[in-house]
Design a protein. Structure first.
Length: 360
């Protein structure tokens, strides 16, 4: 092995060590010569090799910096534990993340969980065989105690960074998380309905994921600020198992129960997402309830379902590609040793035909 190749290997190890401490800038050529007792030509040849391998990049007048890439291609694959890769919002989200990562030399490995902590554990055990530098995690049933915290602790002990998506576990609240601004979103939807004169508002939310709780808090706060109240008898909660039955078998019994028991005297309802709103509108059609004449329906999250619904659904949405870009940017920051912080992605209200002024 040539002297510059030996130096390049040594520098690769030092870069990896420094990135864990948040240091991405390499010493100057002169400093490297002094530290390693080699000529400037040897240093330049070693840096050229690292540059060709994609491990470092040069900035005019500033020096050389780590790209976050590893010389081992397998270490540049980013595992992401997520509900699905083929359903609902996930294909576009994963595409957005990959679009941002690919030019930087990274690839995604998608591990689907279907919101099952058992599936999550199986994936985590596999990752522990060869711990990645970072793993992106969409928390499973994040409102409940998580039985896999021991495996997350082991990954951290082996220097794997954690980046949570949409929600994080209470016991891992110090980890970076990219999530929706659920509290404000709930406030915004309730404010939209009260501006239309609705005073008796129902909600249908997910109970075993923390997003449902945060959305409930935002809705309740808005109504309370206006002297109104989100009553218990008008609040429906569904679980991950209900969603699985809905998606696999079109089992809408929990929606029928909500329609029959929680909407009495209500002129509007806020749904957890547009998948729920889409199916609820189908149920209202069967029940002979006109939307929005008799019932205004609004929701969090706007996908193709908002447009495909028999009545297009008023929904909260993000700027196109915003969440995926934020996740990818955070991944690259962490791998470059740059401090990353949690983010709440803001909502914007997309008004469609499913909400209208209350008809007295």
């Amino acid at each position: 092995m040539n002297k510059y190749e030996s130096l390049a290997r040594l520098l690769t190890e030092q870069i990896s060590h420094n990135l864990k401490k948040g240091i991405s800038r390499l010493p100057t050529e002169a400093e490297l010569c002094r530290q390693h007792h080699v000529s400037r030509q040897t240093v330049r040849s070693a840096l050229a090799l690292l540059h060709a391998q994609g491990i470092i990049t040069s900035r005019q007048g500033s020096g050389s910096y780590a790209t976050g890439l590893s010389d081992d291609a397998g270490r540049n694959i980013i595992p992401i534990l997520i509900y699905s890769q083929q359903e609902y919002l996930y294909p576009s989200l994963l595409s957005d993340i990959l679009t941002e990562l690919a030019p930087n030399g990274y690839r995604l490995k998608v591990c689907t969980t279907r919101n099952s902590t058992c599936a999550e554990r199986e994936h985590l055990l596999t990752l522990l065989d060869d711990p990645p530098r970072i793993v992106v995690v969409e928390g499973c049933r994040s409102a409940l105690p998580n039985p896999n915290l021991d495996l997350y602790a082991q990954l951290r002990q082996r220097h794997t960074a954690l980046l949570f998506l949409h929600s994080q576990y209470a016991a891992l609240s110090d980890a970076v998380c990219i999530k929706d601004d659920n509290y404000y979103g709930g406030y915004l939807l309730a404010e939209h309905l009260t501006a239309f004169g609705h005073t008796r508002i129902a909600a249908l939310l997910k109970i075993d994921d923390i997003q449902g709780h945060e959305r409930y808090e935002g809705i309740s706060a808005c109504l309370r600020d206006q002297g109104l109240f989100l009553k218990d008898e008008n609040t429906g909660w569904f679980t991950s198992l209900d969603i699985e039955a809905l998606e696999l078998r079109q089992d809408t019994r929990f929606l029928t129960h909500f329609l029959q028991n929680c909407l009495r005297d209500c002129s509007a309802v806020i749904c957890h997402n547009d998948e729920i709103a889409y199916w609820l509108i189908q149920e209202t059609i069967h029940a002979g309830i006109q939307v929005p004449q008799k019932l205004s329906v609004v929701c969090f999250e706007s996908s193709y379902l908002s447009e495909l619904s028999p009545v297009r659904i008023t929904a909260l949405a993000h700027q196109p590609h915003e969440t995926g870009r934020s996740v990818a940017s955070c991944i690259i920051q962490i791998l470059k040793g740059i401090p990353a912080v949690s983010q709440e992605i803001p909502w914007q209200l997309i008004r469609r035909e499913s909400s209208a002024p209350r008809q007295f």
